[in-house]
Design a protein around this ligand. Structure first.
Ligand SMILES: [Zn+2]
Length: 315
């Protein structure tokens, strides 16, 4: 996620900060929310044989914004991978830069295990500096992985999400979006085919955003909320940073939250509940659900299906 934005908001909001936090830093009403398709648990294993990749710059982005959805996909038969684009070197409370890289790497391994993902790939670009990295380079690395892993579906930041202040988020989003269709082109990086790969376009995208976005897909995560909490909790170093930095901001205002004090594990749990799960509850309430996650969903191109059905002949 973007801890700085979260903290700035809660500190600036003073006493009303908790209410802002519960909104998760997002504008509550998204433009197309009334037309959104609600995706519920499907016992028919629609993900069997399919592959998804969660691609985010930071460890906690996926668990916070799509933790329920990715667990739902795994439950429904998908094989899942996590591609972490940055090294998360800036996100700890009182560790050095080097210690922070290691701590978040260990947390990332925990997240993969807790979520039930198959494997993680760390691209290891420097945290907060993705706008100084060649987007083409990131795109080609993603295309290689999409072709290698035969990725059908991605979960990532919305490349058209508004008011995103973190370059790591929008650079990753743009690289993912371009790589999705370009990996299906036979003239893009054809040397990869000599290494045994084939063209393989990504045809389904679940995009989340911290700010306003065009929401057209709502995923009911009510049965999976405990699994989501566990996924967020695995980002121990980052959540601890959020809790302790929030406490510092409160102390500066002469305030204290008992739930965020004392035992760190319990404080982290309380923070996850207040900051993220309450937001999912508020999102769900707008759609008559207990807990939900919102996305801009882009599915396979079906524009020729009618013509093909009408005119195609067997050969
Ligand atoms: Zn982030």
């Amino acid at each position: 996620m973007e801890r700085r934005g979260f903290l700035r908001m809660s500190a600036a909001a003073g006493l009303s900060g908790a209410a802002q936090v519960q909104a998760g830093g997002q504008t509550p009403a998204s433009p197309a929310s009334s037309q959104s398709f609600i995706e519920r648990a499907d016992p028919n294993q629609p993900g069997r044989g399919k592959v998804f990749a969660l691609i985010t710059p930071h460890l906690d982005d996926g668990p916070i914004f799509a933790g329920g959805t990715l667990v739902k996909m795994l439950n429904e038969g998908y094989t899942g991978y996590f591609i972490r684009v940055s090294n998360d070197e800036k996100d700890s409370y009182n560790l050095t830069l080097g210690e922070t890289v290691l701590a978040n790497e260990q947390d990332a391994a925990r997240f993969v295990e807790v979520a039930g993902l198959k494997k993680r790939y760390d691209l290891n670009y420097r945290n907060h500096a993705l706008d100084d990295v060649s987007r083409m380079e990131i795109r080609v690395r993603l295309m290689f992985l999409f072709r290698l892993l035969k990725v059908d579906t991605v979960l990532s930041y919305d490349p058209w999400g508004h008011y995103e202040e973190n370059p790591d988020h929008y650079v990753t989003a743009q690289a993912v979006e371009a790589a999705c269709w370009m990996s299906g082109d036979h003239l893009d990086f054809p040397e990869q085919f000599d290494a045994g790969l084939n063209v393989h376009a990504v045809t389904q995208k679940y995009y989340f955003a911290r700010g306003p976005q065009q929401v057209n897909r709502v995923v009911d995560i009510s049965p999976l909320i405990k699994r989501k909490i566990a996924c967020i909790g695995s980002c121990r170093t980052m959540i601890t940073n959020m809790v302790r930095s929030t406490n510092d901001a409160l102390t500066a205002q002469g305030l204290r939250l008992a739930a965020f004090s004392g035992d760190q594990e319990a404080a982290n749990d309380a923070f996850i509940q207040a900051a993220f799960i309450e937001r999912d509850r508020a999102t769900g309430a707008r759609y008559g659900l207990d807990y939900a996650e919102e996305f801009h969903y882009i599915g396979p191109d079906t524009s020729l299906d009618g013509y093909i059905r009408a005119h195609a002949e067997k050969i």
